[in-house]
Design a protein around this ligand. Structure first.
Ligand code: KG4
Ligand code: ZN
Length: 369
């Protein structure tokens, strides 16, 4: 269990500051965090299930649910300990979608039980909304908050989503482009599987790419049209597969590194091109990258360079901020709470959110008026 229980800042935090307990169990991380309404992370604990799913090459939903059940209480205890336990908490925010429904239900039911038994406000939060607001998180190990305010363009690239949003305010997020097929993280995971590199694929491809030649293999550059705010990763993944079918799986590390570098070069180029295009189309010179793929070193460097060239302010969130965590859920919940929103005890879990896909941040379903 990974934990950064920041006791110093917990003690520092004024008791009158609103503190929200965030719970995240949408995929393969069981996470809990305590966050202030200003985005200061007071504690943050993540129990990763990577070892459980690695042998299957991807997340097995039933196993994920069972491990959330096993991990949630210890994770909650560890996250609450440095802030003085549940008595110091003002509200509970929980991811209620999108994600694996069985996995989500573990977090949602726990949040409901705590909220009901202590008569605390319950707030359902979209996992995507959490990622989009995560650049405002700060605290020890989290780096400073993003150096600018709304509006900004956000590239959200993870294992399940690759989308561009215009974020005008905490409750005004417009989906302006998304992938036609695979998500970027999914493509990383599939290419890693083809190369026998294990799961998750992103971090290992990222590491090997630094040792390879990005021009070694010619791969197609998807969707070249400049103003088209869409992504496609399926053709790129298939091109890697054809290459491996023709030449065999490379055995030498340098040859594996060349495949990784060539794939990453085209994947990152697409992510950066489309993000810059979104800033231009929407005339907003501020870009944030978030989601697990935003931890990619090649993407971080290429996006920083492109933004510098184009005169776009660029926010590079810390690694902890990019990957799944409960602090982003607690913070998004705190902002909803400040807007007077509450969910009731019939808050559902959902696998995909049609409202969010249409580009509007939906009020959590089953909100109290
Ligand atoms: O946001 P996240 O932690 O969980 C989801 O909501 O999906 O993203 C996980 C995804 C995985 O596909 C993983 O391979 C990818 O993010 N990822 C990376 C890197 N670190 C994680 N992809 C590329 N480079 C990385 N360094
Ligand atoms: Zn995520």
């Amino acid at each position: 269990m990974k934990g950064s229980a920041d006791t110093t800042s917990a003690k520092r935090a004024n008791t009158s500051v609103v503190k929200v307990l965030g719970i995240e169990s949408s995929c393969d991380e069981t996470a809990a965090a305590v966050v202030t309404e200003d985005g200061e992370v007071l504690s943050n604990v993540i129990a990763s299930q990577i070892d459980v799913h690695a042998m299957y090459g991807g997340v097995v939903p039933e196993l994920a649910s069972r491990h959330h059940l096993r991990n949630l209480i210890p994770v909650l205890s560890q996250a609450l300990e440095p802030v003085g336990g549940l008595s110091s908490i003002d509200a509970i925010a929980v991811t209620h979608g999108p994600g694996l429904v069985g996995a989500l239900l573990v977090g949602v039911q726990a949040a409901k039980a705590i909220a009901w038994s202590l008569d605390l406000p319950l707030i359902g939060v979209s996992h995507l909304e959490g990622h989009l607001l995560s650049p405002f998180l700060h605290g020890e190990g989290w780096g400073p908050p993003v150096g600018f305010d709304f509006p900004f363009i956000a590239l959200l690239a993870s294992g399940g989503h690759t989308s561009l949003y215009e974020v005008r305010a905490a409750d005004q997020m417009e989906l302006i482009g998304q992938t036609r097929d695979d998500a970027a993280g999914e493509a990383y995971d599939k290419v890693a599987k083809m190369l026998g590199l294990g799961y998750p694929g992103g971090p290992v491809i990222d590491k090997l790419a630094t040792k390879g030649d990005p021009q070694a293999i010619k791969l197609p550059r998807p969707l070249p049209k400049k103003t088209q705010l869409e992504f496609s990763f399926s053709g790129l993944k298939t091109a890697v597969s054809h290459y491996l079918n023709r030449h065999g799986i490379p055995q030498q590390e340098s040859a594996v590194a060349d495949v990784c570098a060539s794939f990453q070069h085209v994947a990152v180029d697409q992510l950066v091109r489309k993000s810059i295009a979104a800033c231009k189309v929407r005339d907003i010179a501020r870009l944030v990258i978030t989601g697990g793929v935003a931890a990619n070193r090649g993407l971080r460097a290429a996006a920083a360079d492109a933004c510098a060239q184009e005169g776009i302010d660029f926010a590079l969130p810390s690694f902890a901020t990019c990957t799944d965590n409960a602090a982003m859920i607690g913070y998004a919940g705190a902002l909803r709470l400040a807007r007077g929103e509450r969910s009731n005890l019939s808050l559902p879990a959902f696998s995909r959110d049609p409202g969010f896909r249409r580009g509007k941040v939906p009020a959590s379903e089953a909100q109290d008026p």
